[in-house]
Design a protein around this ligand. Sequence first.
Ligand SMILES: Nc1nc2c(ncn2[C@@H]2O[C@H](COP(=O)(O)OP(=O)(O)OP(=O)(O)O)[C@@H](O)[C@H]2O)c(=O)[nH]1
Ligand SMILES: [Mg+2]
Length: 591
Amino acid sequence: MGYNVFGHTVGLKPSELKNLERFYRRRVPPASIISHELARELAKVSADLNRQVGLLINRKGEIDYVVVGTFNRIELPELRGYRDHIARLKGLRFIHTHLLTSKITHSELDQDDLIDLALLRLDLVGALEVHPNGEPGKIHIAHIIPDPEFFAGGSLSDKENQFFYFLRPCYVWELKENFLELIKNLEDELERVKPLKEVEEQKDRAILIFLREPNDPYLEERIFELRELARTAGVTVVGEIVQKKPSPDPRYVIGKGKLLEVMVLALRNRANLLIFDRELTPSQVRAITESTDLRVIDRTQLILDIFAQRAKSKEGKIQVEIAQLKYTLPRLRAKDDAFSRLTGGIGGRGPGETKLEIDKRRIKDRIAKLERELEKISQERDIKRKRRKKLAFKTVALIGYTNAGKTTLFNTLAKSQYLAEDKLFATLDPVTKAIRTPNNQVFLITDTVGFIRNLPEDLKKAFRATLEELYSADLLLHIVDISNPDFESQIETVNQILEEMELLHYPLLMVFNKIDLLPPSEFQLIKALSHRYKAIPVSAKRGDNLDLLLTKIEEILFKTPLEYLTDKVLEPVSLEEENPSKDPLTHKLDV
Ligand SMILES: Nc1nc2c(ncn2[C@@H]2O[C@H](COP(=O)(O)OP(=O)(O)OP(=O)(O)O)[C@@H](O)[C@H]2O)c(=O)[nH]1
Ligand SMILES: [Mg+2]
């Protein structure tokens, strides 16, 4: 930091600037918040200029920034190179003047001061009253409360009082607080609330942010889903904030007051990441990143990141890269601060690191190249598919909302070891296996990527190739997690995507999965629902009712009317018994 004066310097004479620059030579005894002498000088200069003047003082008592404002406002410069989020407080305090007039006879800390305190994670903020004659008045000082319990007993009715502690206003010479002790106590308390050693440094710690617009019935589901997405991405969720707002704030999405709450929460819980449930514009990302000094991503980026972590096949990887590049393209700017911070961690994977160096042209070229590659792979897949057709095997595709249990069902049916995890998007690449039914019919079954609502448009397109498998399917098996209270809207989402893909007329069988999670009291209800949706209730995990499912599949695929099947088949039978070990239930097919 040079010796420049920051802030609203327009209109200042060179001599006035000189007077301000002189503050850089001053020092405060480390244990004082501010010295009486310095306060007098600050008041005098401020009154002469008729503008607010502020000093950012570091823990050694040196002046790091001199800032000048207007008569009633002062804006802090961007503070770079200070201690990072894990260390929490920035190690800077901000002492500035509030000008009094014959009418304004006292002036407390205002909301802007508290916003600076919280957003910039200052050690403390102080406002020094200045009388029109240049004499200093009282000083108002506040700092962040590390833990609301800390001050229990006091009245915490007022929201601001849950976040900030206000010292009793007094004259500077009356200040008794030992600054270093005060800060040490604060940091000890923060450490006690969330010890640093308990924080896994490699793991992102996020606060999830939701906007509740009027008539929004899906808030709970959205909260649950974002939480799950974050968990899947390997992020620790340390807080959730919901703001009721008729429409998003164009700059910060949430209101400034709410942002303040987010910051205190972030500080207390050592968060380093904010995840917004809605899509952010590039300028919103920039504004919020700049104000909070935290990494800021939206739901789309989170999903992209999960895809990037999980894509295994060449095709999957290409699809993810295309989607990431397309997401990045409109957000790319020369010297873009918001993105320069995205190095590693969530939102920083894949093409992110180099995007500053690559210009838009090259990104577009890269997208084109990837799309050509994808086209080629898709053709190859087509050939494979045709070959399979020639073998005359019927194909069943498992589809459904993410986490419904598709892969688990696939595994249980195929007795295979494909990945099934309690994470969203566990499956990215289509896998196909052959299954033998109790009646010795063989069909192929394909597992697919999970569906999710509001899938970003580019992502939908990018994953089209994966879902292309569906067009050659003879039957779509729609797996529903019936234990999820949100199952009906998930069905709706899946149907909507099927409609968009013009797959609605395909033969479809619904499967209600995870019945093992339901209490017996709901069995009656499930029966009714199964009837309504013509669905087969199963537990993929425990294997309940899978024989019935296979029979039903068989019936649809091979047009064997149910009546022709013996009762024995309809009863729970061990599939192994029907298929002696020499003739295993499944056999691998090179696809
Ligand atoms: N209790 C219970 N859990 C199940 C059942 N089926 C699946 N699960 C669990 O649900 C979670 C998700 O299962 P997956 O099979 O990975 O779900 P998926 O639909 O393939 O998910 P994506 O591939 O991410 O779309 C896992 O933790 C499974 O163990 C079931 O019948 N009962
Ligand atoms: Mg899966």
